[in-house]
Design a protein around this ligand. Structure first.
Ligand code: PGA
Length: 249
């Protein structure tokens, strides 16, 4: 059974008072089953606060980022063991903003993926094509390359890992891929995984991300190969996030 998940990537947003309010509302408006499907990714400085608020609930939390070494002279960075110390079960890896703004290479993404697994966390590997790549019909080759980069570094990689398909052109733009487009790509991702391990291709959870909101979530989640969503902007609004979570059937 694939795990159904709706994850909120808060990015560099939210202050203490907003986070407390957001999480209180999420806790009260979601029932136990819905909470089990929910994950939030706060800015790292707020992870201890999030842990304190969510500890007694079923809502889970994770890290947006870390450096792939256990410790050392890496000023400004945090490590996977530090995230684990504060109850993070999940961590984002390969988000397009990290790849583009912070120049994270495929090799570096693979190291992070591997390191997350070493420490027992579930990496959420974000993959996706730019608009230009889509126009040139390179979507599937880009995805295959991004997935293959990770498999080189880590064996048994898709067991306890999640993939988030996030077309770069749909992130934060209000342009969502259609449910049919998303379904086609998610199915193709399973075919790509099949090449690496036939046992896992049907088992791995694949989320869609890119301008998901409370209006389009239901039709996206209805698709057979879509197991939930990675939500940016709409996850900062309790009402919208809760409605999106409730779209999972
Ligand atoms: P968005 O972001 O929902 O604001 O498009 C998604 C993401 O970056 O994970």
């Amino acid at each position: 059974m694939r795990q159904k998940i709706v994850a909120g990537n808060w990015k560099m947003n939210g202050q203490k008072y907003e986070i407390v309010d957001l999480l209180q509302q999420i806790k009260t408006r979601l029932n136990e089953k819905e909470q089990q499907r929910s994950v939030v990714f706060p800015p790292s400085i707020y992870i201890p606060l999030v842990q304190e608020i969510l500890e007694e609930s079923m809502v889970q939390w994770g890290g947006q980022n870390f450096y792939p070494q256990d410790k050392g002279a890496f000023t400004g960075e945090i490590s996977a063991p530090m995230l684990v110390d504060y109850g993070c079960r999940f961590v984002l890896v390969g988000h397009s903003e990290r790849r583009q703004i912070f120049n994270e290479s495929e090799k570096f993404v693979a190291e992070k993926f591997h390191q997350a697994k070493e420490h027992g966390m579930i990496p959420v590997l974000c993959v996706g094509e730019t608009w230009e790549q889509r126009e040139k019909e390179q979507t599937l080759s880009v995805l295959e390359q991004q997935i293959a980069a990770v498999t080189k570094k880590s064996s048994n990689w898709f067991d306890k890992a999640i993939i988030a398909y996030e077309p770069v052109w749909a992130i934060g733009t209000g342009k969502t891929a259609s449910p049919e487009q998303v379904q086609l790509v998610h199915k193709a991702i399973r075919e790509i995984i099949e090449k690496f391990d036939s046992c896992q291709s049907e088992k791995v959870t694949i989320l869609y991300g890119g301008s998901v909101n409370e209006k389009n979530a239901a039709s996206l989640f209805e698709m057979p190969d879509v197991d939930g969503g990675l939500i940016g902007g709409a996850s900062l609004n309790a009402q919208q996030f809760v409605e999106i979570v409730k779209c999972i059937k």
